[in-house]
Ligand binder design. Structure first.
Ligand code: B12
Length: 248
């Protein structure tokens, strides 16, 4: 393997160990187990070990397998947009907002469309926070409005206007049939139509969100799995300062 290439590992470096799981629309049987191993083999896995096979009812079954693959990728050859972030701490963020803006920063959060997953957005917004960090509600310099789940994009626009929001945080967890791309683009377009887009910092997040999705849908930044409130708060402050500099 070349320097810069990476391959999954389990016991030893570069042993190619992976775990996969999937369901079949049949009950567990000797035949279904053989089918599962065949599917894994056809995916290029070797040294296949089935570690879990379970009936799920209604003639469906679930399987977990271990095995190894012989694939590696060159990290140097991968070019994707990333959110570049210099982290501030809780006190620095509040001090910077107080000093540079002399008012609270108004933040709206919502999970839009039919999406009912609120845990991720709450992790960033609610006072209890995530990963040992307080959420944005705990920051004295943020005024936070959590609109909750299944909010129509039109309502986010209406509310942003009503309370003069500076930041809109949108969560999208369900990505079936690319519904998240539809919802995010729609919101960005509606804000644009109301001439609000340039006045707002527009941030999306969710387990399948990244910087690329954000840029493609007209957002300023996108945050994925494991995001913490401090990362989001730091991005907001950087962006506010960047925009203030631009205005001067
Ligand atoms: C809990 C859960 C539910 C709960 C939600 C309860 C609630 N109040 O949120 C209930 C039972 C309601 C539910 C329902 C459904 N669910 Co569900 N659910 C989950 C589950 C198990 C955990 C999600 C979670 O809470 N994660 C913990 C949080 C902390 O992680 P997170 O969301 O990734 O958030 C972090 C980052 O992504 C980021 N982030 C997230 N949002 C935001 C927003 C901003 C602005 C920022 C900056 C960052 C950010 O920061 C967070 C902290 O690090 C996942 C599977 C899984 N293990 O992930 C499935 C999962 C998300 N659900 C799924 C599905 C399919 C459904 C249903 C459609 C099932 C059904 N057929 O009915 C329904 C949909 C209902 C609806 N209308 O939306 C799929 C989604 C597949 C997809 N990609 O579309 C998953 C992945 C399960 C699966 N493997 O199939 N679900």
């Amino acid at each position: 393997m070349n320097i810069g290439e990476v391959r999954p590992y389990g016991d030893r470096m570069n042993d190619g160990a992976i775990q996969i799981s999937f369901s079949l629309p049949v009950p567990v049987s000797a035949r279904s187990i053989e089918a599962v191993k065949l599917i894994a083999a056809r995916m290029g896995m070797n040294n296949i070990r089935l570690v879990h096979a379970q009936d799920m009812g209604n003639n469906f079954s679930f399987y977990i397998l271990y095995g190894a693959i012989n694939i590696s990728v060159d990290l140097q050859a991968i070019h994707v947009p990333e959110v570049e972030l210099q982290l501030f701490d809780f006190w620095e963020i509040n001090d910077l907002i107080r000093r540079e803006f002399e008012r609270k920063v108004v933040v709206i959060g919502a999970t839009i469309g039919v999406d009912a997953h609120t845990v991720g957005l709450d992790a960033i917004i609610s006072a209890k926070g995530f990963g040992g960090e307080s959420g944005l509600e705990r920051y004295p310099q943020f005024e936070v409005f959590n609109l909750g789940a299944q909010v129509p994009p039109e309502l986010v626009v209406e509310y942003s206007k009503k309370i003069h929001a500076d930041v809109v945080l949108v969560s999208q967890v369900v990505t079936q049939r690319n519904v998240h791309l539809f919802n995010l683009s729609l919101l960005a377009e509606l804000l644009e139509a109301e001439k609000l887009r340039d006045k707002l910092i527009l941030i999306c997040g969710g387990p399948y969100i990244n910087a690329q999705v954000a840029l493609e849908t007209g957002f300023d930044a996108g945050f994925g799995p494991g995001t913490t409130p401090l990362q989001v708060a730091s991005f907001i402050v950087h962006e506010l300062m960047k925009r203030k500099m631009r205005k001067k």
